[in-house]
Structures are given as C-alpha cells and as structure tokens.
Write a protein that binds this ligand. Sequence first.
Ligand code: NAP
Length: 264
Amino acid sequence: MMMGTDWRKRSVVVTGATRGIGRGIAELFARRGAAVVVTGRDEAVARKVADEIACIGGGRVLGLGADLRDPEAIETMAAEAEGHHGHVDVLCANAGIFPEKPLREMTAGDVDDVLAVNLRGSVLTVKAFLPAMERAGHGRIVLTSSITGPTTGYAGWTHYGASKAGQLGFLRGAALELAPAGITVNAVLPGNIRTEGLADLGEEYLRRMTAAIPLGRLGEAADIAHAALFLASDEAAFITGQTLTVDGGQTLPESLEAFTPASR
Ligand code: NAP
C-alpha cells in the first residue's frame, strides 16, 4: 500500500500564482509531481510563470488568465483547468490584494475593489470548481486568508481585514455544506511573508515587521506552501473548517514585555 499522498495523481489549481505566496504554493505542488494550473489577471504572464515552474517541477503546468473581479472569467478558468488536466482535486484560492487606505479617505470603490478580489473572488472561485470536485468524488480547498482581520487589526487596512475575516465566515459554512461531497475547506493564515506585494510596503515596514516576529525573520512563500500542501494532502482528510496560522509567532506576545527575556 502506498503511504502518503501520491501527488502525481493530483491536479492542483492555484489562483494568484504569478508571484509571491501563490507562486511558492504552485512550485511546491509541481515539485511533488502534481499537475498544476497557475492563474493571474494576464494570461501571457501566467503562461510565462507556468513555463518557468514546469522547468523546476514535474512538467505539467498550465497558465491561465482570469481577473477574479469578473465572475464569467472565473467560470471560464475553472472549465479550462478541468478540461486541460481532466480533473481538479485541489484548489488553493490565494489571489488577493492589500492596498493601504485610511478609513477617513476610503471610498465605496476602495471597499468594493478589495472585497471583489479577496472575498467575492474566493467565494466564486470555490463555487466554480465544485462541479469538477464533485465529478472527482473528493476535493481539497485551501484559502489564503491572513492574520489581519481574523486574529489582529491593522490601521490602514480595515477593508482588507474585513475581507480576510469574511473568508473565514465563508469557509465555515462551506465546510459544512461540502462535507457530504467529501470536500474539505480550510485556510492558511499567513503572518508577514516576503513577497513582491509585501516589498511594495517599503524597507522600513519590512524592518519593523521583522523585529515584531519572535522567530526573528519574515516568512517565505515556501512556509505557506508547506502548510497548504499538508491541508491538501490525503493525511488531512479529517480536517475541515479549520485555520492554520503561519506567522513565526507574531500573534503570540500579549505585549512587548512578553516578547523575549533576551531583548529586555
Ligand atoms: P502578491 O505578491 O501581491 O501577489 C498577488 C497575486 O494575486 C498575484 O499573482 C496577482 O496576479 C494575483 N491577483 C491580484 N489581483 C488579482 C485579480 N483581480 N484577479 C486575479 N488575480 C489577481 O501577494 P502575496 O503577498 O503573495 O499575497 C497572496 C495572498 O496572501 C493574498 O490573498 C494576501 O492577502 C495573502 N497574505 C499575504 C501576506 C504577506 O505577508 N505577503 C500576509 C497575509 C496574507 P497578477 O498580478 O498576475 O494578476
């Protein structure tokens, strides 16, 4: 009997995989031998990244373009992903945006943009892949949420925090609704992970954030990828509706005093 998940038989879709955390997730699944679909807004960019990942991974990597603000584009992407690899076993709904905007300056459009990608985009992506997972007779859905919103607050990212906490409300209902179909729904809650998106926040942000992480470093995309890989594995079959925080201990200290005796 084969021990462990045979990834060579699995087909995995990762949204927002043209860079950052999503790319790290896609690379890990590809290295394990899974067939992978990477998506981003621009098909040409997604195809280029797919080719790069195919070189380092198992080879079967497809790039698809779909702007998650567009419900029809999501449906088309889901159909193409299943059509290409024949089945979809794992969906990592990872794409997201995190623009900073003080509440006093926030417009309805700012709120709509963040919710459209992070929350509505996740919900509609999961919905679009359900028929494929039902046909496969099983499924693993892993959302990329955040510590921001579900666990912590961050001034300037109120709409973002709402979108990420909203994903967890969705996941709990979805886990119940999809359990009879053998589909599990879980979320990874990253802390501060070194990605292109995080780098956009500036050197000073990265320096101060590193100082706030007990394990003494920012996270890497691979740290999130390994958590997603576990939640997508056969070994995680009895886990659904749960969250896994991957933050280097950032959300643990109740105050600076609690941080570490060495720093006093
Ligand atoms: P990133 O480097 O900015 O990458 C974001 C990805 O999402 C890109 O591949 C981008 O692809 C895609 N994307 C953005 N808007 C999209 C849209 N409208 N439709 C389809 N795809 C879209 O971000 P990241 O840091 O890797 O973050 C990935 C996820 O992790 C997000 O959900 C984020 O909220 C979450 N997260 C990140 C951190 C962190 O510290 N980095 C912490 C907590 C949670 P294109 O540009 O090619 O369209």
